[in-house]
Design a protein around this ligand. Structure first.
Ligand code: GLN
Length: 195
């Protein structure tokens, strides 16, 4: 059995819990720092990154989350969650958790396309992954250790650096759970390495 947490400070939590369901997966809604000790992987949901960061500080999650990542525990960030993971945010002097070597630009798809859906080809996941973009960030650039999994209109929208997975869109808002199951696979593989 593996335990995967969903950080439940703000944003869409229930949908992630549903998409992570698998026979040997126990999903934990993480509201307290101590719960990080119980989990093998963690999802940062979408929402609003500055609000989420404020709550991370308020509830004492900042250092424990950094430590969780430094230990190599898998993390999957969607939309605002990806912004939390980036080492650099365009127009901001400081990043948030600085977990994954990438530069993101918030709300980068422009006002006229604040929300839209697109079919994406995603390496290792599928050729027709449904992407729901809501005031989505673009992954502008990635570092050498980061693999680009998907681009849309020339912009990077999903990437992976070892156990860290990030996407601009909201896979939890569709019935297609392949992206989450891809993350479950990452967590399983990491467990196998550590065992
Ligand atoms: N625009 C939001 C932010 O900057 C992210 C939007 C989302 O998660 N749907 O945090």
């Amino acid at each position: 059995m593996i335990n995967i947490g969903v950080l439940a400070l703000q944003g869409a939590v229930r949908e992630h819990v549903k998409a992570l369901q698998a026979p040997d997966v126990n999903v934990i809604v993480v509201k307290k720092v101590e719960q990080l000790d119980e989990i093998d992987g963690l999802v940062f949901p979408g929402g609003e990154s500055t609000t989420m960061r404020r709550l991370i500080n308020l509830y004492g999650f900042y250092e424990p989350l950094k430590e969780f990542a430094t230990k190599g525990n898998p993390i999957f960030g969607t939309c605002a969650g990806a912004i939390l993971m980036a080492t650099e945010i365009v127009g901001q002097t400081e990043p948030h958790l600085s977990i994954m070597d990438m530069t993101v630009e918030r709300n980068a798809f422009g006002r006229q396309r604040e929300s839209f859906e697109a079919l994406l080809s995603m390496e290792g996941v599928g050729e027709d992954v449904e992407g729901v973009f809501i005031r989505a960030p673009i992954i502008e650039t990635v570092g050498p250790g980061v693999k680009i999994l998907s681009s849309y209109d020339g912009d990077i929208v999903a990437a992976q650096q070892g156990p860290f997975l990030a996407c601009s869109f909201h896979p939890e808002l569709t019935d297609d759970d392949r992206m989450h199951q891809y993350f479950v696979k990452i967590v399983r593989e990491q467990q196998a390495i550590e065992a």
